[in-house]
Design a protein around this ligand. Structure first.
Ligand code: ADP
Ligand code: ADP
Length: 248
């Protein structure tokens, strides 16, 4: 089974009292184990809506009209918030767009990673084991000085380090697949590349699947196995990087 299989998915936004407008139209998308897939498209093409739909993070003004979402063959379409929170914590690592709004400013990084570890295995392990698992996640996210970062607050970290802290939180749940929503747009280009290369390494070392959402074809190019191009709510191109490039 694919890690993620989206089939014929259509998502609407409420745009009036009895009016709904589709933002995602009949989309098919799959991510296989160890695969790096990039979803590219201009702003407004429906990328965020699609990924939020897959994660159970749609706003109340949106609805899944038809289609299905399955993780490793388990159909999660229509699951409630609580069950989807478990899917996000234990199966999908979600790296949100902006580290400044996604990290808790008044909690030390270590505490935030530990919470993610404990959400993954709420009953297993001692406090010391949770701490060690959190440090391991920080190191796996490329924070070599994990002990130090553990005791720091978000505002004490650079943009790149905050992004890595978010990766650590995502990894703490031992995900099979990582979804990243423009994870690098707030960072300068050099840091962007380092972070993306780190995602590539995670895929190679842990066999994690990666779904990267970006409006920037450039960042997706060298690193993806497959690219999907979204326009006006639909996938208009799909395939290996080279072939998609020839067609666009
Ligand atoms: P991005 O292109 O970076 O995803 P947007 O500017 O499209 O950012 O969206 C920012 C926020 O505004 C999102 O929460 C989105 O759901 C909301 N939004 C975008 N378009 C509309 C719209 N037409 N009506 C209401 N909310 C919208
Ligand atoms: P992208 O992530 O590619 O920038 P979005 O998924 O944010 O695209 O938006 C897709 C379409 O849905 C756009 O036309 C946008 O204006 C619309 N949209 C996004 N959020 C909302 C919302 N909360 N309410 C109404 N329309 C929205």
């Amino acid at each position: 089974n694919p890690l993620l299989q989206i089939s014929e998915l259509t998502i609407d936004y409420r745009t009036g009292r009895r009016r709904w407008t589709p933002a995602v139209r009949g989309v098919d998308l799959h991510v296989e184990p160890g695969e790096f897939v990039s979803l590219v498209g201009e702003s407004g093409s429906g990328k965020s809506t699609l990924i939020h739909g897959a994660l159970g993070l749609l706003p109340a003004s949106a609805r899944i009209r038809s289609g299905s979402i399955a993780y490793s063959g388990v159909d999660v379409t229509g699951w409630n918030d609580q069950r989807m929170a478990r899917v996000r914590g234990n199966y999908v690592g979600f790296i949100p767009q902006d580290p400044n709004t996604s990290l808790n400013p008044v909690k030390k990084i270590g505490r935030q990673v530990i919470e993610a570890v404990r959400f993954n295995e709420p009953t297993a392990g001692t406090a010391a084991q949770h701490r060690e698992a959190a440090l391991e996640s920080l190191r796996a996210a490329g924070l070599t000085d994990a002990e130090r970062v553990f005791h720091q607050y978000p505002h004490e970290l650079s943009g790149g380090m905050k992004q890595r802290a978010l990766i650590a939180i995502a990894l703490a749940g031992k995900p099979k697949i990582i979804m990243a929503d423009e994870p690098t747009s707030a960072l300068d280009v050099t840091v962007q590349k380092v972070i993306l290369d780190h995602l590539v390494r995670l895929r190679e070392e842990l066999g994690i699947g990666i779904l990267l959402v970006t409006h920037d074809l450039g960042v997706a190019l060298d690193r993806s196995d497959r690219i999907l191009v979204m326009r006006n709510g639909e996938i208009v191109e799909e395939g290996p990087v080279r072939r998609v490039l020839e067609n666009t």
